[in-house]
Design a protein. Structure first.
Length: 283
């Protein structure tokens, strides 16, 4: 394990403990010394870790981890998808310098459930814990996070989406796309494997800029099915390429987090991370 890989894993472990500490405090802000005690490190070390990881202080980051943060995002960072699409905020316009190419399987190919398809797999460390990535020769088709679910359950979850595919553990074949996705820099390719309705929803998600959020009802309206809010929520939850297709940026109209396939602590960490990155980018 490289020093950088170990560092990412260690940092997320601290973030996870911080989320638990913030929740246990019941909405009462924790002083730096108290939060440091909860995550079992010195205040100075905690200050350096958070500031180095996301560019903000532990006090500021703690605000992003609160349960009310989603409502604040919805109030101040809401994206109208029609405007986002027209102004080109997807693809190369997302935060940092990620250039994203994607194509989707035809409905007939999707119906084959992966038959005749070779999918390469590999485990990678991410800012949000261990990440399972899967991809074809055309691009990434799956990204899942195992911190809450466990490694075997995460693998089984993605595997059963395309049960007749030929799976080969070969991380090097997809390394460049995974690195670009996690670092939000460079070029990544996507190979979307889903039903036509799902792909419409995932395409809409790609238009939500980093650091901003949208709602299930906004997505439903954008894809021309304003009454299909529940179906949109299901499609968001079935997104196989988490983080890169940012389903974590979809919230309930009330400002609630909604669900997250890989666990709500991971979703909260992702939203907090992106908010901090956005704040650092404009400072």
């Amino acid at each position: 394990m490289s020093d950088n890989t170990f560092e990412k894993k260690y940092h997320y472990g601290v973030v996870k403990r911080a989320i638990e500490a913030v929740d246990a405090a019941g909405g009462v802000p924790l002083a730096l010394e108290d939060l440091a005690r909860e995550v079992q490190m010195s205040p100075a070390h905690l200050q350096r870790l958070f500031s180095g990881w996301v560019g903000v202080s532990p006090k500021r980051y703690q605000q992003y981890l609160t349960l009310d943060h989603a409502k604040t995002l919805l109030k101040n960072n809401f994206t109208t998808l029609a405007v986002a699409h027209e102004t080109g905020l997807s693809g190369s316009g997302r935060l940092h310098d990620l250039f994203l190419r994607w194509e989707a399987m035809s409905p007939g190919e999707f119906a084959k459930k992966g038959a005749g398809l070779t999918i390469y797999t590999g485990w990678f460390e991410s800012p949000f814990g261990p990440c399972l990535a899967m991809g074809t020769d055309k691009g990434l088709c799956g990204m899942g996070f195992s911190d809450e679910m466990g490694t075997q359950a995460t693998y089984d979850d993605l595997h059963r989406r395309w049960p007749f595919a030929n799976f080969i553990e070969e991380p090097a074949r997809i390394q460049r796309w995974v690195t670009a996705a996690l670092e939000q820099s460079g070029q990544a390719s996507l190979h979307l494997i889903g039903a036509p309705f799902q792909i419409k929803v995932w395409e809409a998600l790609l238009n939500v800029p980093s650091g901003q959020v949208t709602t299930y009802s906004e997505i439903a309206g954008r894809i021309g099915s304003p009454r299909a809010v529940r179906a949109v929520g299901t499609a968001v939850g079935r997104n196989p390429v988490s983080w890169l297709i940012p389903c974590h940026r979809a919230l309930r109209k009330s400002g609630g987090l909604g669900g997250y396939h890989w666990g709500l602590p991971v979703k909260r960490a992702m939203l907090a991370y992106e908010t901090a990155q956005s704040e650092r980018a404009v400072s």
